[in-house]
Design a protein around this ligand. Structure first.
Ligand code: DER
Length: 226
């Protein structure tokens, strides 16, 4: 499909920016999966890098791709993280977490000198809209948080497993995800300032974190800078 071609183009552009000696943050999701494959190809041709995966899923893909892995304990300063996004606007505010990896993604992104976001052309949205904002919560405090989100008209939905809709989705860090339905996010910082209740671990608004976005569009790659 054109979206997968666009993902391929964006991933290739980002992976071409990696060079020997770097510590690379490996994102999560289908676009990052393409980047991990491409990094694996370069590693097998001699590229000297180590990777920090942002999810158990990406760790598996990286192992299969023969990418040498490290941890934030061993490598707390990451040179480049390549990751996807569910939506981005022209201020490079992001909605992430569609795949439920937002906590480790944000930790790795915050430890990175450069955060390169790779997307297809469907992800660009001014203002941010058309995708729920995921919030990672501690199961212990779920119900009071759901009530607070509902009172704020955020239409909270507990994310259920895709393979068994009777069970809540559980993140790599053993938390739950609540998806907030917000029609248009004209003021992402204002929304972020609401998401500070006890029991919220992290949320999927990545504001002022991306260094630039590489968006595949047709047969081209568009670069967006802040
Ligand atoms: O869950 C995530 O944060 C992913 O990076 C997501 O935002 C992008 O996933 P995709 O590349 O499969 O669209």
């Amino acid at each position: 499909s054109s979206a997968s071609n666009e993902k391929q183009l964006a991933a290739a552009a980002a992976v071409s920016m990696i060079h020997d000696g770097m510590v690379i943050g490996l994102g999560s999701g289908s676009t990052s999966a393409i980047a991990i494959e491409l990094i694996g190809e370069r590693v097998r041709s001699g590229l000297q890098i180590v990777g920090v995966p942002t999810s158990a899923a990406s760790e598996q893909l990286a192992k299969r791709a023969s990418i040498p892995l490290t941890t934030l304990d061993e490598s707390p300063e990451i040179d480049i993280t390549i990751d996807g996004a569910d939506r981005f606007n022209d201020d490079l505010d992001l909605i992430k977490g569609g795949g439920g990896a937002l906590l480790r993604e944000k930790i790795v992104a915050a430890a990175s000198k450069q955060l390169i976001i790779i997307t297809d052309s469907q992800k660009r949205s001014n203002p941010l809209q058309g995708f729920p904002v995921p919030v990672e919560v501690v199961p212990f405090g779920l119900k009071p948080l759901m009530n607070r989100f509902a009172a704020l008209q955020l239409s909270p939905r507990l994310r259920m497993r895709s393979d068994d809709h009777s069970k809540p989705f559980v993140t790599d860090e053993k938390n739950f995800i609540v998806d907030l339905q917000v029609s248009q996010i004209a003021a992402p910082h204002e929304l972020q300032s609401l998401l500070t209740f006890p029991g919220i671990v992290e949320h999927g608004l990545f504001l002022e974190m991306a260094s630039f976005v590489l968006m595949g569009e047709g047969t081209e790659v568009q670069r967006f800078d802040r």
